[in-house]
Write a protein that binds this ligand. Sequence first.
Ligand SMILES: [Mg+2]
Length: 259
Amino acid sequence: MPRTSKTTAHASPPRLPEACTRFPLLPLFPCPVIKAILTDIEGTTSSIDFVKDVLFPYARQRLPAFVETHGDTPEVQHWLHEAAKEAGLVSATRQEIIDLLVGWIDADRKSTALKALQGMIWKDGYASGEYRAHVYPEVAACLRRWKDAGKTLYVYSSGSVPAQKLFFGYSEAGDLTPLFSGYFDTETGPKREAASYARIAQAIGAEPASILFLSDIVAELDAARAAGLRTTLLARAPATCPADGEHRCVADFDAIDAD
Ligand SMILES: [Mg+2]
């Protein structure tokens, strides 16, 4: 029996009036109050350069000494073994595994073992005060103001959830982790797919139209909007807002309308 159009309509995710995302200042459509704010990190709360210029070179530089010093702890041993297995090495010296891992860093290889080891090295660097995660100067105050106004705050970044927690735990503005109610990474799904945002809305337990997503990447905002979320594009200097952009666009957090 063919499905009725009514059934089909119920099967698709709830859509808010397009005006809420495209022209939210027009008073013609009642848009739901924003209850939750979901933010990207790189290019949005923080400079892309910090990860590229500080974190990745630090892990590359420290990896040999880290493996030498911690190579006998069960957790490190586990990931070294996993890396060797991934490379198809039956028996490898510690130095061979170090060379392998450094090569993977240079090739930007997406390896779970490498990611885990990098995470441990970054944790050491944060904890010993080697660096602090960059956040743009107005970000912490805005996050606090939104939280004080009763909004819940979430992070969605391609960096792993443990890396996100370290990032905001040791930021230039201090420990910001108490401000966030949850973290999402690509385990939830790719950032340019609408289904990921539908899953996040479900996990947050809020209707998509009451969630505001902040990002510097238009393709991510397009995906979020397709799932019914509200969107704002961050165009941090020297970037500028596109002339015919389809998302609200601001230069910094102070200009975000989160009501
Ligand atoms: Mg970004």
